[in-house]
Design a protein around this ligand. Structure first.
Ligand SMILES: Cc1cc2nc3c(=O)[nH]c(=O)nc-3n(C[C@H](O)[C@H](O)[C@H](O)COP(=O)(O)OP(=O)(O)OC[C@H]3O[C@@H](n4cnc5c(N)ncnc54)[C@H](O)[C@@H]3O)c2cc1C
Ligand code: FES
Length: 245
């Protein structure tokens, strides 16, 4: 874990109430996809956990949705602003668990960490299919970003205004997709539905409200087959068979 001050390079809207922020500074503690950072928001005691969307030697990027005061404050930050963040938090997606064909399922802003995962899987020569779910067409984001990495992308919207009408799991019923391992990130009801519908081995990035974000308060615990485990310190990525719904 490392605490670093970053400079905001860009903070641009991607979709309604959703922004992509690029920060420059020391990224040496970030090891790969699945991890999150804890962003310090001026005037707020608790830092906000946000997944790493992309990362290189000098910059990292987050994609976040404005849901409350903390994320609203982030959205108002201009290029040149300084932001403190704890980096190197959480575990990573297991890219070696996929033999050849990966299925990635993202719900809403849960698509964000799947971008770096796609980069890593494509760099290993694996075939990546991404299924992204949103409420409506105007919320659809990151499609071209995934495609530019070489992934095949399918969209589902609840109102049918883009792609398949329904949930990401409805895309699986209609399209003839092949995979040997899946990865999913999104709201809990979506992850539960994915576990009910998707066959074979896979893993999920779990989201829970966080307090300390460092393993001390147990506020982010979820129930697993080996008892309660902390999303911040033991996750956020868990194998599908570990989760007790
Ligand atoms: C591992 C992890 C990765 C995440 N990655 C992303 C991401 O890439 N993009 C994104 O938009 N959001 C992500 N979230 C959710 C994000 O942390 C919350 O939306 C954000 O903290 C809300 O802050 P707020 O001040 O705007 O909202 P408020 O509701 O005002 O927040 C009040 C408090 O509750 C906490 N809180 C509220 N909602 C959540 C939540 N869903 N998860 C955890 N803590 C919460 C806040 O951190 C804060 O301490 C992630 C959460 C976790 C646990
Ligand atoms: S947030 Fe305190 S233990 Fe995870």
């Amino acid at each position: 874990m490392k605490e670093v001050s970053y400079t905001v390079l860009e903070n641009l809207p991607l979709a309604p109430r959703t922004f992509r922020m690029k920060l420059s500074g020391d990224t040496s503690a970030i090891r790969g996809s699945g991890e999150f950072v804890q962003i310090a928001v001026p005037g707020k005691f608790l830092r906000r956990p946000i997944s790493v969307h992309d990362c290189d030697f000098e910059t990292f990027t987050i994609v976040y949705k404005v849901v409350g005061e903390g994320t609203a404050a982030l959205s108002a930050m201009l290029p040149g602003s300084q932001v403190g963040a704890l980096t190197g938090l959480g575990n990573n997606f297991d890219i070696d668990a996929c033999r050849a064909r990966a299925l990635l399922l993202g719900g809403g802003v849960g698509a964000a960490p799947l971008y770096l995962l796609t980069k890593e899987l494509c760099a290993q020569g694996k075939e990546v299919t991404v299924v992204l779910g949103f409420n409506k067409a105007e919320e659809v984001m990151l499609r071209e970003d995934f495609e530019s990495l070489g992934a095949k992308v399918f969209i589902a919207t609840l109102d049918g205004s883009a792609g398949t009408r329904g949930f990401v799991t409805d895309v699986l019923k209609l399209k003839n997709l092949c995979w040997d391992y899946f990865y999913a990130c999104g709201p809990k009801p979506m992850l539960k539905a994915v576990c009910g519908a998707v066959k074979g081995p896979g893993e999920l990035s779990m989201e829970e409200r966080m307090g300390c974000g460092a393993g001390f308060c147990y506020g982010c615990s979820i129930m697993t087959v080996s008892g309660p485990r902390r999303v911040c310190a033991d996750g956020p990525v868990f194998k599908r068979e570990e989760i007790v719904w």
